[in-house]
Ligand binder design. Structure first.
Ligand SMILES: Nc1ncnc2c1ncn2[C@@H]1O[C@H](COP(=O)(O)OP(=O)(O)O)[C@@H](O)[C@H]1O
Ligand SMILES: [Mg+2]
Length: 284
C-alpha cells in the first residue's frame, strides 16, 4: 500500500528546483518558421554569438531541432561537459528538471547552449501524451531564465509539439525567410500560428520581426519587387537588416564557429552584427 501512494506524494514534497534563483529575467525569442533550409539555425547561432560578444549579454541558445545543427555550427568553441541531461529528457521527465541541466558553455564569454539531442525526433510524439503538453519547455525554463538576459530557441521546421512548446515559452518570435515563394508561405503560416496561440492559448506572444535571409545581391531588382510585396503584406514586421548570401557564413559553419571569429570583416559578419543591434532596439 505504502508503495502505491508515495510516488505522487514524494513529487509534491520534492517539487523544489535544485537551482537557485538568478538575478535576471531573460527575454525568450523563438526562431521559427515552417520551412527548412531558410537560415533559422544560421541566424540563431550568429545572432546569439553577436549578442554575447558585442553586447555583453548572457545568452542561452536552445536547440530544439533533432538535427542538432547548433552544435555542429559551434563545435570548435564548445567547452565539453560530461554530465549533461538531454533536452528531450528534461521535457518528458516526471521529475522537475531545468534546461540548465542541459547547458554547455562556449569560448565566447556569456554564450551557452544546449547540445545536439537526436532524442528530440522521438519526443515529438511522446509529448502529445502529456498533460499541459504545450507548457513543458516554459516550465523547464522557470529557474533557467533567471540566469540569462536572452534565450534564443532554434526550432525544427514545422508546427509540431516542439515548436509549439517554443512559442509558449517565448515572449517574441523571430521569423527567418529567404525570398522563395515557399519560404514566404512558410513564414506566413508561422504568423498565423502565432495569432492562434495568442487567441486560443491566451499567450501574450509578439512577432519581433521577419528577417530576410540568403538574399542574393545579383538579383537586386527582383529582390526589391519581392521585398515590397512582402512589406505590403506584413508591414513593419520586416526587419530593416537583411542577411545576404555569403559563402563565408557556410564556411564558418563547416569550421564550427560563428562568422565573427571566422571572418570578422565579411559581409555576413556585418549583416549579423547589424541584425543584433536592430533586435536589441526592437526589444527595448
Ligand atoms: N546568408 C547565408 N549565406 C550563405 N549560406 C547560408 C546563409 N544562411 C544559411 N546558409 C546555408 O544554408 C543552409 C541552410 O541554413 P540553416 O541555417 O541550416 O537553415 P534552417 O535552420 O532553416 O534549416 C546551410 O547550409 C547554411 O550554411
Ligand atoms: Mg536548422
Amino acid at each position: 500500500m505504502r508503495n502505491l501512494i508515495t510516488s505522487g506524494l514524494r513529487k509534491l514534497v520534492r517539487s523544489e528546483s535544485r537551482y537557485s534563483q538568478g538575478d535576471r529575467q531573460a527575454k525568450v525569442i523563438a526562431i521559427a518558421t515552417v520551412k527548412g533550409g531558410v537560415g533559422k539555425t544560421t541566424t540563431a547561432v550568429n545572432l546569439a554569438a553577436a549578442l554575447a560578444a558585442d553586447h555583453g549579454q548572457r545568452v542561452l541558445l536552445i536547440d530544439l531541432d533533432a538535427q542538432g545543427h547548433c552544435t555542429t555550427s559551434l563545435s570548435a568553441i564548445i567547452e565539453e561537459k560530461s554530465d549533461l541531461v538531454a533536452v528531450h529528457h528534461i521535457l518528458l521527465s516526471e521529475e522537475r528538471l531545468e534546461v540548465l541541466d542541459a547547458v554547455a558553455s562556449t569560448e565566447i564569454e556569456g554564450l551557452h547552449l544546449t547540445l545536439a539531442d537526436p532524442g528530440l525526433a522521438d519526443a515529438e510524439g511522446r509529448i502529445s501524451q502529456k498533460i499541459g503538453k504545450e507548457l513543458l519547455l516554459r516550465d523547464a525554463l522557470e529557474m533557467t531564465r533567471t540566469h540569462y538576459d536572452l534565450i534564443l530557441i532554434d526550432c525544427p521546421p514545422n508546427k509540431g509539439n516542439l515548436t509549439l512548446n517554443a512559442l509558449l515559452a517565448a515572449d517574441e518570435v523571430l521569423i527567418p525567410t529567404d525570398l522563395s515563394p515557399l519560404s514566404v508561405q512558410g513564414a506566413d503560416e508561422l504568423i498565423e500560428t502565432v495569432l492562434t496561440v495568442r487567441e486560443r492559448l491566451n499567450h501574450d506572444l509578439e512577432v519581433l520581426g521577419v528577417v530576410l535571409t540568403r538574399v542574393d545581391g545579383r538579383t537586386a531588382k527582383i529582390n526589391d519587387e519581392i521585398r515590397s510585396t512582402i512589406e505590403e503584406a506584413w508591414g513593419g514586421l520586416v526587419l530593416e537588416q537583411h542577411i545576404g548570401i555569403n559563402t563565408r557564413i557556410a564556411q564558418a559553419q563547416l569550421k564550427g564557429e560563428p562568422i565573427f571569429t571566422h571572418d570578422p570583416d565579411s559581409r555576413g559578419a556585418k549583416h549579423y552584427r547589424q541584425l543584433a543591434r536592430e533586435v536589441l532596439e526592437r526589444l527595448s
